[in-house]
Design a protein around this ligand. Sequence first.
Ligand code: C2E
Ligand code: MG
Ligand code: MG
Length: 282
Amino acid sequence: QAKAAGRNRLVFFDPQMQADVMARATMENELRIAVNEQQFELFYQVQVDGNRRATGAEALLRWHHPVKGWVRPNDFIPLAEETRLILPIGQWVLQSACQQLAVWGRRSETEHLTLAVNVSALQLAQADFVEQVLATVERTEANPNRLKLELTESLLASDIDTIISKMDALRAKGISFSLDHFGTGYSSLAYLKRMPIEQLKIDQSFVRDILLDHNGNIIPKTIVALGKSMGLTVIAEGVETEAHWRLLVEMGCSAHQGYLFGHPMPVEEFEKSLSPVDLSRG
Ligand code: C2E
Ligand code: MG
Ligand code: MG
């Protein structure tokens, strides 16, 4: 039967598998349309210091799907990476984030805010990544000292020398780096020492566990100590309750992000949440 269908044709024997392949193809098409029609938006989630004051935000990508509504990145970033659509998407993210940062930089109430932007390994691997970022910063007139790029540690494994030289070039222009999902990958301490990073980000899976028992403390405590000894700041993400927050502060963690302080939200809402003063007045 399969042979009769021809050598070069895919033959589906499993209806579920066929359905999966079709769904994937549909989503890939929709993602291409989304890129062309710019169906994306950045949401902003506040980051606070030990006194609970807002120091900045992380930009989190949302896809406004014409039928499904808001789609979160975990449901489309993997496919975007497979299809390399993450490159134009990532460029859009960077451009939008820098535009927002420039707007904040022009108002005294918001000029202190930093903005963290997630960067995928595929973007970082582009030969012209440094030029792209610097051109975007210049074009938008964003302050590079307020821009923070979040890299995922497990994705830094290959071609580390090239990656470090790109990071050095951006760092020299004032841009800083944070290592996202820290502790979940397998970054070598030797690499960590060579990379010009400012911050370690404790993954939310570890934060969730800190109240469980004594053992739940070990990893966050170790990351905080590691950060201190290397002169890096440490930020905890996924902080959902006062109890989690208190414990993290006790551990010496100096920066925090999570639903306790604010959900990711559209920029107008984010700005309103910062202070009772209406910042939209110009
Ligand atoms: P991430 O960078 O680790 O972002 C943190 C995620 O945790 C966000 O999910 C955020 O909404 C969620 N979160 C924040 N506070 C809490 C909390 O208190 N509790 C819980 N349970 N979750 C919390 P989101 O927005 O769905 O993003 C998921 C991931 O998608 C991000 O993880 C990041 O790796 C990736 N991503 C997001 N935006 C971009 C982007 O512009 N480019 C790339 N390449 N990846 C992105
Ligand atoms: Mg992140
Ligand atoms: Mg994270």
